[in-house]
Design a binder for this molecule. Structure first.
Ligand code: NAD
Length: 370
């Protein structure tokens, strides 16, 4: 994994990163990077992404997104992120995760959580090794954020507020989800409860489209039983990339970064984009969406449900308090950001970044890091 000096320069600013640590264990084959971006608000919390092609730049951008997300949500935590270069389906996964855990033992200002390619079981292995992780299974005292669908619930809360600003009636709105995983799946369910009709969904193996509406429970079962949304018996199988150009009102990108880019942005006709994934659009594509009149709720506002849940767990809170906290924090932040967007004519990301940065800078001033 390489980071050229040019990239590093581009990634650094007055907030961070505080530290980039590359890890290599020749015995276990571990290759990983941990970026601690900023700890002014408290020890950093961030996910551990396992993918064969994860880069230092991707992890650094994600660590910054966590700084802003945690500060935006008013959590006493800074931002960090880790990437393990490996196929998440590798048979030696437990050995690799345990090796990663031992390698980060002394990086005590980084608290790892689940991300793409890792889950609650992986967090239990890390806890077992070093006594520090979040997003744990119930049997070891955790509040399983993916099982609850914490991030998906937060996206539904966000949709309820943002719909007014996008002039959308949720009970008649249609939805497409890119990445039907731990974020996309519960988002579809919680939005279906609010009357939204899912018309398209994709995963790493393909996509499915049914303009008459997809039965979310049947799609979840098809994904579980066949390993892909393409196993859904009805509708039309399409290529993943075709999803973006379909007609629908709400788009939730919930997979890898930069899936909305210069080549596909003009085809997107949605009224509302809720960023379930972290950094799912290139900056240029996000600006273009704004010009096309699409309301975009940025990642670190819309998908904060998971980390809010993780912070409740870390501080010994109850499972019952998770959804009310998500509703309160995401609801309030979405409204504040979109009201500023309307009254001051700034883009939602700028309004959100200013709000979150002000909180981080306030904390930095108190910590003696002006
Ligand atoms: P996941 O691994 O459970 O699901 C990802 C899904 O995306 C899978 O279904 C996978 O098949 C699919 N996918 C992969 N490549 C794809 C492609 N090219 N096109 C379409 N689909 C593709 O991961 P997750 O936990 O749902 O996380 C998804 C995103 O949301 C990541 O960016 C993650 O950082 C972010 N996020 C997750 C949480 C959380 O609570 N899990 C919280 C905040 C943000």
């Amino acid at each position: 994994m390489t980071t050229s000096s040019f990239e590093l320069e581009r990634l650094c600013d007055e907030l961070g990163p505080l530290r980039i640590t590359h890890l290599h264990d020749a015995v276990t084959g571990l290759r990983a990077v941990v970026v601690v971006d900023n700890v002014a608000c408290g020890p950093s919390i961030g996910g551990v992404r396992m993918a064969p092609d994860v880069t230092t730049e991707e992890v650094s951008r994600l660590a910054r997104a966590m700084t802003l997300k945690n500060a935006g949500a008013g959590l006493p935590h800074g931002g960090g992120k880790a990437g393990i270069l490996a196929d998440p389906t590798t048979p030696g996964k437990e050995r690799l995760i345990r090796s990663f855990a031992r390698a980060i033992r002394d990086l005590t200002d980084f608290v790892p959580g689940p991300d793409m390619g890792t889950d609650e079981t992986c967090m239990a292995w890390i806890l077992d090794e070093i006594g520090r992780s979040v997003g744990l299974p119930r049997v070891v005292g955790g509040i399983p954020l993916d099982e609850l669908g914490a991030t998906g619930f937060g996206l539904a809360v966000c949709a309820e507020i943002a719909a007014d600003f996008a002039k959308l009636d949720l009970s008649r709105a249609t939805l497409a989800i890119e990445g039907f995983g731990n974020v996309g799946r519960p988002a579809a369910r919680f939005l279906a409860d609010r009357g939204v009709t899912l018309v398209a969904a994709s995963d790493s193996k393909g996509a499915i489209h049914d303009p008459d509406g997809i039965d979310v429970d049947a799609l979840v079962a098809a994904k579980r039983d066949t390993g892909s949304v393409t196993g859904y018996g009805r509708g039309r199988r399409i290529g993943q990339h075709e999803l973006f150009a379909l007609p629908f009102d709400i788009l939730i990108p919930a997979a890898r970064p930069d899936c909305i880019h210069e080549e596909n942005v003009e085809g997107i006709r949605a009224k509302l984009v809720l960023q379930g994934a972290n950094i799912p659009a290139t900056p240029a594509a996000e600006a273009r969406l704004h010009e096309q009149g699409v309301l975009v709720v940025p990642d670190f506002i819309a998908n904060a449900g998971g980390v809010i849940c993780a912070a409740v767990e870390f501080h010994g809170g109850s499972e019952a308090s998770v959804f009310p906290q998500i509703e309160d924090k995401i609801g309030r932040n979405t409204r504040e950001v979109l009201e500023r967007t309307c009254t001051e004519g700034v883009r939602p990301r700028r309004a959100a970044e200013e709000m979150a940065r002000a909180r981080v800078e306030g904390a930095m001033a108190l910590r003696g890091h002006p």
